[in-house]
Write a protein that binds this ligand. Structure first.
Ligand SMILES: *[C@@H]1O[C@H](CO)[C@@H](O)[C@H](O)[C@H]1NC(C)=O
Ligand SMILES: *[C@@H]1O[C@H](CO)[C@@H](O)[C@H](O)[C@H]1NC(C)=O
Length: 253
């Protein structure tokens, strides 16, 4: 309850009408604090865009916790005189509801402020870098646009190996490791247990397809036998993942 209240409250503070204005839609709630250098943030606080209608309903506490972690880190940096002397960091944090269109909307509004399309955009806050979004599929779409303007972007959750391609994503970095390590660890387990006959399933998005391609490559190099490799649609994936094993296998095979 407290944290939900915080989102509303932080935007009612005088800081909202400070040096620059955060780029928000009517009735959209953001976490905002002004500063010499402003950082953007994209976190999945609600699970879907539809839930925008049910205000102050916070189903994804984990996403909210991540957003609050960013606020906490920025405050700690600002309060410490030896970390960034004489420079204060600000933030504009948006809820992207796990939705790619929402990421694009926010990301492009950051660019609009950066390239000053008109007089109004000059008054908008122009974040110097972006933290997020969470998933690899969201990040691949958004980074393609932001990379054109070399807007630095640091994701806390996008592990797709595809994002290591510096030609495609020149201004993208992340705080978690690439899936290549996860795949190599899986291969080591397979090797350790001497499994010879394998199947693999992946979700139908950039994250799943890229991990699957790398996994199949590594398995083939080891000369192991891959009985099947299936890409499942997102909806199907949810059904299969939460079914008993027998149902899961009959759905795939
Ligand atoms: C400020 O940051 C430095 C470097 O991380 C740290 O050693 C120091 O304890 C911090 N000071 C305060 C007051 O937190
Ligand atoms: C910070 O500002 C104070 C006062 O203007 C100045 O004396 C000091 O040198 C500045 N510190 C740095 C690291 O720029």
């Amino acid at each position: 309850m407290f944290v939900c209240f915080f989102i509303l409250y932080s935007c009612l503070l005088p800081a909202c009408g400070g040096v620059c204005k955060p780029h928000t839609r009517k009735n959209e709630k953001t976490m905002f604090s002004t500063g010499d250098v402003i950082l953007g943030g994209l976190f999945p606080i609600r699970r879907s865009v539809m839930e925008h209608k049910s205000d102050l309903n916070c189903p994804n506490l984990l996403g909210l916790q991540w957003a609050m972690t960013m606020v906490f880190a920025i405050r700690e940096i600002n309060q410490n005189a030896s970390l960034l002397p004489n420079i204060t960091l600000g933030y504009i944090i948006h809820d992207d509801c796990y939705a790619i269109p929402k990421d694009l909307e926010v990301g492009l509004s950051f660019l609009e402020a950066k390239i000053h399309i008109d007089e109004d955009s000059k008054k908008m806050c122009s974040p110097k870098a972006l933290v997020g979004p969470y998933s690899s599929s969201q990040t691949t779409v958004l980074s393609t646009a932001l990379g054109l303007f070399l807007l630095p972007q640091v994701s806390y959750g996008s592990s797709c190996q595809c994002l290591s391609d510096k030609k495609r994503f020149p201004s993208f970095l992340r705080t978690m490791s690439s899936d290549i390590h996860q795949i190599r660890a899986t291969i080591m387990l397979i090797h350790n247990f001497a499994w010879l006959y394998l199947g693999s399933i992946a979700i139908d998005d950039d994250y799943g397809r890229s991990a699957m391609a790398q996994f199949v490559l590594e398995v083939e190099q080891l000369g192991l036998c891959l009985a099947f490799s299936e890409i499942l649609h997102q909806q199907r994936w949810m059904e299969v993942m939460f079914s008993p094993l027998s149902v899961c296998l009959s759905a795939i095979l």
